[in-house]
Every structure is written in structure tokens, then in C-alpha cells.
Design a protein around this ligand. Structure first.
Ligand SMILES: Nc1nc2c(ncn2[C@@H]2O[C@H](COP(=O)(O)OP(=O)(O)O)[C@@H](O)[C@H]2O)c(=O)[nH]1
Ligand SMILES: [Mg+2]
Length: 346
């Protein structure tokens, strides 16, 4: 571990003292508009006649590749991805700003059969995100058989009158026949204005997708400042990066039971150092034990990996203080779900 890194565990709540005010930089700005669900004012009214802008929602089953596509479009990792369910727990907007257009992509939790309040809340968040947008993209995984879950999402989409794009994802992992079978299944009883096969992780087809999405944008203003690439707070993105490392290192019920909250975030200008204190919540003592691991090995590993990525993301040194706490049955308590920033938080 590098100097300055500190990954602790247990429940003691020592706050990190700092000699500078918290860094409130670009990413901490909240989205100026709630468009994507409701209409509000744009950030700038200095719109020229040919400037296009708008909101395009990605929807699909968990693991279809929505967040991976979003990251590929903005050429930056903003949304965490993993092969575990419920990786995305929050509607999330990412901004691609160019001189000619501003494309706002709305990532959503995958729609699936809910087992708890968290799951219900995630479905609500995803279905809310198909309202008042300029185009909808159904992301369909080329490597998975077309299923009832896909049909259900298609019904939901067809009820909306906005333009629709079918995206067949992960094509680098599938053969032509599988890709064609997905296209036929999705298009049999449904209309799509555009069909695009792509493999975002391999960098195939992302530009064609951007082109198609932009073609459906109306003329409009800049909804976000041009240097703002996400509507999430810096704290939330940091918490998500930490959660991703937990997802990568755990199995079975633990990924579902984990929630992460950044308790304290400060930036010491003089040392160019971010100090981050975060809590990883689990639901049971046994889960806490697993997450901490023998002699604290597991949490240390998670902390090291999270810190490496955060150092890269923040472009500064990071001192990360991670603790694990039990918050019994938090997923069944809507307040707790929302407190952690998951679901339909506005
Ligand atoms: N090889 C490959 N894997 C992908 C691609 N898109 C997504 N994945 C993987 O599929 C899993 C789920 O992706 P994610 O973007 O989190 O799906 P989401 O739940 O729809 O947001 C992750 O392990 C990704 O790395 C792709 O284009 N190619
Ligand atoms: Mg996702």
C-alpha cells in the first residue's frame, strides 16, 4: 500500500481532520434540471438555432451493458459496471457536450422482478426514466437468450411515443446468428426507428450509436454546463467506485446487501490530497465478517483497489478510510434505501 493510504475497519467513528475547506469542484454540482422525469429550466438559454440537445434513456435487463455503453459514450468511467445484479442503483445522467449538441444519456437500474423494497425502488427509478425523454434505447444482450423480462420491457417501451433505438450489445462475444435472432425477436411485434449492434467495451459501434441518438435530439439549449459530465455528486461517484470494488470481491448475497456512503470528503490543497471516509453497510454480522476477512485481508484488498481507481479518477492522491457497519435489513426500509442514494432520489 502506498504511503498515506489507510484502510481501517470496525465501528469507531474518527473523522479525518483537515486544514482546508472541502473541495466543491465541478462534479459536486447537482444537475440544474430534472428533465428526464419532469421539465425544468435549462442551464443556458443562449441557444443557437442549430444547437441540439436532449435526453436519451438506456433501458434493459440487468447486465445488458447499459452502464458500459454510457461510459464508452462519454469516454470516461462514470458509471460502475459489474456482472452482479443491481450494480446500477440509481438513475444516472451523463453528458456528452460538443459545439453542435449536448447529448444527455440516462442510465437506469436494470428492470427485473423485485424481491425487496430496494428492487421495487430500482424498477420505479428505471420506469420513471422513460417518461419525458427524447428517445429511448432498449439494450439487448447478444449473449443472452431473449426472455420474458425483455418482452416486459418492450411492452413498457411501446407504450411511449418517442423514437426508439434497439441496441444489440456485446456483439464481440456473440456470433452473427445470435445477433440476428435478437433482432428478429425484438422487432417481431415492435417498431424501432433504428437498430444498432455494438460492443461498447471493445469500442465497436459506439460512434454509430452516438450519431443515431443525436439524430433524434430536438433543437434545444444546453441543459448542463459544458464542463459537467454527470449529474451525480462527487461523494456519490466515490461511494459507487468503492461499491464496485466490493462487488468484484464478493459473492452470493453480499453484493446485494452492500450499500456505501461517503461520510466525509475533504481536499487538502497544499498536499494535493483527497481524504475520504466511507462506510460500507451490510445487513448482518456474518456479512460484516466476510467483508472484513481474515486479519482484515478482504477489506484491505477492497480499499487498495478502490484507492487506486479513485486516485486515477480524481487526479490526486487519496487517503481512504473504510469502515464496515451493520445496518439491519436496510434494503427493506425505503428511507435507508434513499438515504444511501439509491432509487428514485431527486
Ligand atoms: N466483452 C464485453 N463485455 C461487456 C460489454 N458491455 C458490457 N459488458 C460486460 O457485461 C457486464 C454487465 O455490464 P453493465 O454495463 O454493468 O450492465 P448493466 O447492468 O446493463 O449496466 C459487465 O461485466 C461488463 O463488463 C461489451 O461490449 N463487451
Ligand atoms: Mg448498470
Amino acid at each position: 500500500m502506498r504511503e498515506g493510504a489507510n484502510t481501517t475497519m470496525g465501528d469507531k467513528t474518527t473523522r479525518v481532520k483537515t486544514d482546508e475547506a472541502p473541495a466543491d469542484e465541478a462534479v459536486t454540482n447537482k444537475v440544474p434540471a430534472n428533465k428526464g422525469t419532469t421539465n425544468t429550466a435549462p442551464i443556458s438559454t443562449t441557444q443557437t438555432d442549430d444547437f441540439k440537445s436532449g435526453f436519451v434513456t438506456l433501458i434493459g435487463r440487468p447486465n445488458a451493458g447499459k452502464s458500459t455503453l454510457l461510459n464508452a459514450v462519454v469516454k470516461k468511467k462514470l458509471a460502475i459496471t459489474s456482472d452482479k445484479p443491481q450494480t446500477t442503483r440509481h438513475r444516472f445522467r451523463a453528458v456528452l457536450d460538443t459545439p453542435g449538441y449536448q447529448l444527455i444519456l440516462v442510465d437506469t437500474p436494470g428492470i427485473h422482478k423485485p424481491h425487496d423494497l430496494l428492487g421495487e425502488e430500482l424498477n420505479r427509478s428505471a420506469t420513471d426514466a422513460i417518461k419525458t425523454v427524447d428517445a429511448l434505447c432498449f439494450v439487448l444482450d447478444a449473449t443472452q437468450p431473449f426472455g420474458r423480462g425483455d418482452e416486459w420491457i418492450l411492452e413498457l417501451l411501446q407504450a411511449s411515443s418517442v423514437p426508439k433505438i434497439l441496441i444489440i450489445s456485446k456483439t464481440a462475444l456473440a456470433d452473427e446468428r445470435a445477433i440476428e435472432a435478437q433482432r428478429v425477436a425484438a422487432c417481431a411485434e415492435n417498431h424501432f426507428d433504428e437498430v444498432i449492434s455494438l460492443s461498447a467495451l471493445e469500442g465497436i459501434g459506439t460512434d454509430r450509436f452516438i450519431e443515431a441518438a443525436v439524430s433524434f435530439l430536438p433543437q434545444g439549449p444546453r441543459w448542463f454546463p459544458s464542463d459537467m459530465d454527470s449529474d451525480q455528486s462527487l461523494e456519490f461517484i466515490i461511494a459507487e467506485f468503492i461499491r464496485e470494488k466490493v462487488l468484484c470481491s464478493t459473492f452470493d448475497e453480499i453484493p446485494h446487501a452492500v450499500g456505501v456512503q461517503v461520510e466525509n470528503l475533504t481536499f487538502e490543497k497544499r498536499r494535493g490530497l483527497y481524504r475520504i471516509a466511507a462506510i460500507i453497510f451490510v445487513e448482518r454480522d456474518s456479512q460484516k465478517g466476510i467483508l472484513i476477512g481474515r486479519h482484515g485481508d478482504k477489506i484491505k484488498h477492497i480499499g487498495t483497489r478502490a484507492r487506486e481507481e479513485l486516485t486515477h479518477f480524481l487526479g490526486a492522491d487519496v487517503y481512504l478510510d473504510l469502515r464496515v457497519k451493520v445496518r439491519k435489513a436496510w434494503r427493506r426500509d425505503l428511507n435507508q434505501v434513499r438515504l444511501l442514494g439509491y432509487g428514485t432520489v431527486e
